[in-house]
Design a protein around this ligand. Structure first.
Ligand SMILES: [Zn+2]
Length: 186
C-alpha cells in the first residue's frame, strides 16, 4: 500500500479555494469557489493526511467583521465541503491587522507552528499550498515545502517572483496541484 509523502496538507483560503475580494470576503454570499476547488478538496480527502486551513483574516482586526462571523462563514464552508465529499481537519486564523506586529500573520510562520504543535507535525514533511509570495515566505520561514497556484491576486507574477527554479512549483490551480499531490506517494 502506498503511503502519503506529506504528513499534512496546509491550504491557504482566499485565492486558493475561493476568489479573493479586494473588499474581503465578509459573508457566505461573497464566498465564491474557484473552478475545480471543491472537487479538488474531495480528492485531497483521499490522500490520507490532515488537511489544515491557514489563513490571514485581517478583516477581523480591521473591525469589518467579527471573529464569530468568520467562524459562521467557515461552518457554512465546511458544510459544503463535506457535502461534496471533502473535509478540512483544522482551521488556523490570524485575525490581526497588518500593523499589529503579530507573529502569526503570514509571511510570519506562526500559524504553521501552531498547527504543527496541535497536530504533532514535522513541518519539513508537510506541504503548504498557497497563492501568494507571503504564503511561500511563511512556509519557508517554517521550513515547510510549498507549492503555489496562479488563481490568486498575484497570478502570473509568481513566475517572475520565484524565478526559473520556482516555476516547477507553480500550478495553474488547486486541481492541478492536487494531481501533483495525489501522485506524490512512496
Ligand atoms: Zn496574527
Amino acid at each position: 500500500m502506498s503511503q502519503p509523502v506529506w504528513q499534512a496538507l496546509f491550504l491557504d483560503r482566499d485565492g486558493t479555494l475561493n476568489e479573493e475580494r479586494a473588499d474581503y470576503v465578509k459573508n457566505w454570499s461573497e464566498f465564491v469557489w474557484l473552478p475545480g476547488a471543491l472537487h479538488a478538496l474531495a480528492e485531497l480527502a483521499g490522500y490520507g493526511a490532515p488537511i489544515i486551513l491557514i489563513t490571514n483574516q485581517s478583516v477581523i482586526g480591521r473591525g469589518i467583521i467579527t471573529e464569530a462571523e468568520v467562524q459562521t462563514l467557515h461552518t457554512q464552508m465546511l458544510d459544503v465541503i463535506g457535502e461534496a465529499g471533502g473535509r478540512i481537519d483544522g482551521i488556523f486564523i490570524c485575525p490581526h491587522p497588518p500593523d499589529a506586529g503579530c507573529d502569526c500573520r503570514k509571511p510570519q510562520p506562526g500559524l504553521l507552528l501552531q498547527a504543527a504543535a496541535a497536530f504533532g507535525l514535522d513541518l519539513r514533511r508537510c506541504l503548504f499550498i498557497g497563492d501568494t509570495m507571503t504564503d511561500f515566505q511563511a512556509a519557508q520561514a517554517a521550513g515547510c515545502p510549498c507549492v503555489l497556484v496562479r488563481t490568486g491576486r498575484q497570478g502570473a507574477q509568481l513566475d517572475a517572483a520565484l524565478g526559473v527554479d520556482g516555476r516547477r512549483i507553480i500550478f495553474d490551480d488547486l486541481a492541478a496541484a492536487t494531481r501533483y499531490i495525489m501522485g506524490a506517494r512512496e
